[in-house]
Design a protein around this ligand. Structure first.
Ligand code: NAD
Length: 346
């Protein structure tokens, strides 16, 4: 199969690209290369047969038309997005532009491609989304595919809008689509503005480890390579028009997660233990959702997918990866906004 992966130079997209190439797919990696992108994430597949990188913006219809014509993909896996909630609070315009207008533009380019002769039964658009569209849970319950949407940040609101557009293009125009909504990812190649790499790198540098609010916000964590595997399963085996919730059934509070990472670092760098002494509580994020939890029954029962690693195993692999890959993360610390407190609405 030929896959066109948008956002393939980002964190999750690059994991999809690496696995898809390993699985023997042809892969077109389409990415604008924003601040969050890094071609080093896909350096391991750069010379693989059937892999090609195209720098393009999903808001640029002419470029998209040209690339669809040139590559004739069987499946679009759409991951390109502005993805950092804190940045969406400081600058929502880029989120509206890429996540909503960009998805609309990509849908229209895909529809033109699909309408072309011979494509009717052999094309699919897979939209990759987040559990954040469902809003915030109380102490109990899980998000299912029928949970009503209730987004509460500019990021999740723009992702929700893009999900609605994709469903509308299916219902109205018959475009073959599948959707997936995933919980929080972590793992190698995670850009160092997100919680897990911030904790690892601040702890390594002896800097305060910031925890928003009381640290009791609960997230459901999934190792990024398991997410990539789930996405390729949904893209190739999912039922047309259906959405799939993807999660690791690994709920912990932010404070518990940080303590787990600190314990892993204590074992690997005992001379600096306990790293948890660096934990510092800071003002909460405005509109900070309290709890997310995914019910993954549909993807498990219908597509026979389950994660391959536990949170403990995945975190250990992640910590080891950051310890071994300073050459990857060191240059990223100089990128705009990294290491600063963003999204305080001040
Ligand atoms: N990170 C998570 O925990 C998580 C969880 C569930 C769903 N998601 C979704 O998965 C997708 C990927 O997330 P991520 O964490 O890898 O994000 P990321 O920020 O690491 O990567 C996003 C990529 O998209 C590219 N991009 C941004 N704007 C673009 C544009 N206009 N045109 C083309 N490319 C553009 C960037 O250059 C970057 O390479 C997103 O759609 C996100 O909403 C993320």
């Amino acid at each position: 199969m030929k896959l066109l992966v948008t956002g393939g130079a980002g964190f999750i997209g690059s994991a999809v690209v690496r696995q898809a190439v390993r699985d023997g797919h042809e892969v077109v990696n389409l990415d604008k290369l924003t601040y969050a992108a890094n071609l080093a994430n896909v350096a391991s597949v750069d010379n693989a047969p059937g892999y090609v990188f195209e720098q393009a913006d999903i808001c640029d219809r002419a470029s998209l038309d040209r690339l669809f014509k040139k590559h004739q993909p069987d499946i679009v896996m759409h991951l390109a997005a502005e993805s950092h909630v804190d940045r969406s609070i400081d600058g929502p315009a880029a989120f509206v532009e890429t996540n909503i207008t960009g998805t609309y533009t990509l849908l229209e380019a895909a529809r033109t491609h699909w309408n072309e002769a011979g494509r009717a039964g052999s094309f699919r658009f897979h939209h990759i989304s987040t559990d954040e569209v469902f809003g915030s849970l109380g102490e109990v319950g899980q998000f299912t595919e029928t949970t009503p949407y209730d987004p509460r940040s500019p990021y999740s609101a723009t992702k929700a809008a893009s999900d609605h557009l994709v469903r509308a293009w299916h219902e109205t125009y018959g475009l073959p689509v599948v959707l997936s909504n995933c919980s929080n990812n972590y793992g190698p190649f995670h850009f160092p503005e997100k919680l897990v790499p911030v904790v690892i790198l601040n702890a390594l540098h002896g800097k305060p480890i910031p925890i928003y609010g009381d640290g009791k916000n609960v997230r459901d964590w999934l190792f990024v390579e398991d997410h990539a595997d789930a996405l390729l399963t949904v893209a190739t085996k999912g039922t047309d028009g259906r959405s799939y919730n993807i999660g690791g059934e690994a709920e912990v509070s932010n404070l518990e997660l940080v303590q787990m990472i600190c314990a892993l670092l204590d074992a690997r760098r005992p001379h600096n233990a306990p790293h948890s002494s660096l934990i510092t509580f800071v003002d909460d994020r405005p509109g900070h959702d309290r709890r997310y939890a995914i019910d993954p029954a549909r993807i498990r029962n219908e597509l026979d997918w389950t994660p391959s690693v536990t949170l403990e195993q995945g975190l250990a692999r992640t910590v080891d990866w950051y310890l071994e890959n300073e050459a990857w993360w060191r240059p990223l610390l100089a990128r705009q906004g990294v290491g600063q407190r963003l999204g305080t609405n001040e």
